[in-house]
Design a protein around this ligand. Structure first.
Ligand SMILES: [Zn+2]
Length: 384
């Protein structure tokens, strides 16, 4: 394996390249700068790089870079995007990597641009090792918004290896499962009219009361049916998060919209849950004369569960000397698992500082992560 730029130079360059992804187009940016910088570094290390623009938005790209031939091997994956930022909340320039107080500050330091220079540094130190199985570095677009990058890789069914490490911020603790999430809106349409005579209209707001009660009963049923003690909140949750309807106290409400999220446990499936939710809502409105429309704020993140007995989980426990556990946020892991890569989430940053002003990575996490990664690469790619 050949040499690439110094760790800090590479890290600083990635932080300097804006790559915000957001469902709101006003904040959404291309990630091409980050992808090109990563491809340069990986090319210099001797990887074969494929830049994969997303078909519905070619400004957004994934990168799949492969070193070595053969079946199996290990994929190291991270997302290239960050969440939007509020510069006023930052004490430093979010796009300038700043070393201070034992930390590296900058947007995406913990979540999760740091994973890439750590991979490069690890590989450089292993320059003399010969591998019998391939190493694949995967860099995705849009993890923070729609996960469209990981979805595109799944749809293309790219050969990425047998096992996968995603370097999301877990504070060096291996994670093998998380809940899934859907964000849904329910729009009820009735008829407005003067409030003095109920027969003049059909209240969507009153219909929504029935819908919400039905959803709360359904939530109790789900929580009675599904339970998993590996999670801090061991049951599926359903939050009624936003309601909007009506315009005046003396008018019958013509339409009312409810937004909710549902966080499901491994073993629960997005499509059938949505269908069931639609049935519950429609049944609660039977005979009301109201019409209902459903929409999804995004396609949803499936729950993730890699077997605790998978070699990737067992080896990550061995090399971190920490028991694997579940994690409270969603990742691209389920898409990789679905492609047959047994996946563990394991990275140096802390989730508590991610998506926050003054995001940072503790410098003393870097060497341990390099150490863990080199052992994992050696194990799964059979370094000799
Ligand atoms: Zn992340």
């Amino acid at each position: 394996m050949r040499k690439t730029a110094k760790f800090e130079d590479c890290f600083a360059e990635l932080i300097s390249l804006p790559s915000v992804s957001c469902i709101d187009p006003a904040h959404d940016q291309s990630n091409r700068g980050v992808i090109d910088a990563l491809a340069n570094s990986l090319d210099a290390l001797g990887f074969v790089c494929e830049i994969m623009p997303l078909s519905d938005n070619p400004e957004k790209c994934n990168l799949i870079a492969r070193y070595g031939d053969g079946e199996g091997g290990l994929a190291l994956s991270g997302h290239t995007d960050t969440v939007p930022y509020d510069a006023k909340g930052w004490d430093t320039d979010p796009f300038k990597l700043t070393k201070m107080n034992g930390n590296y500050y900058g947007l995406g330091t913990a979540d999760m641009k740091s994973f890439f220079p750590i991979i490069f540094e690890t590989l450089e130190r292993m320059a003399d090792v010969k591998f019998t199985k391939p190493i694949t570095v995967v860099a995705t677009a849009d993890e923070e918004s729609t996960m469209s990058g990981a979805r595109a890789i799944q749809q293309a069914n790219k050969a990425l290896g047998r096992y996968c490490i995603i370097g999301e911020p877990t504070g060096l603790v291996p994670r093998y499962s998380h809940k899934g999430i859907i964000l849904e809106t329910i729009l009820l349409q009735g008829r407005s009219g003067h409030s003095s005579d109920p027969a003049l209209g059909n209240s969507a707001l009153e219909g929504m009361v029935d819908v919400m009660n039905a959803l709360r009963r359904w939530r109790s049923e789900l929580q009675a049916e599904y339970h998993n003690n590996e999670f801090k909140i061991p049951v599926p949750t359903l939050n009624l998060g936003r309601i909007q309807g009506g315009d005046s106290a003396n008018r019958i409400c013509a339409n009312c919209e409810l937004a909710m999220d549902l966080r499901m446990l491994p073993g629960m499936e997005i499509t059938s849950l949505k269908e069931k939710m639609h049935r519950v809502v429609k049944e609660s409105l039977a005979g009301s004369g109201l019409t209902v429309e459903f929409s999804s704020l995004f396609d949803g993140t499936p729950p993730m569960q890699t077997s605790i007995n998978s070699e990737i989980v067992r080896m990550s426990e061995k090399y971190t000397q920490t028991s694997a556990s579940s994690v409270a946020f969603g990742t691209e892991g389920p898409f990789f698992n679905d492609m047959g890569l047994e996946t563990v989430i394991l990275g140096p940053g802390d989730i508590d500082v991610a998506h926050q002003p003054n995001e940072f990575l503790q410098i003393d996490r870097i060497e341990p992560m390099i150490n863990i990664l080199s052992k994992m690469i050696n194990h799964f790619c059979e370094g000799k």
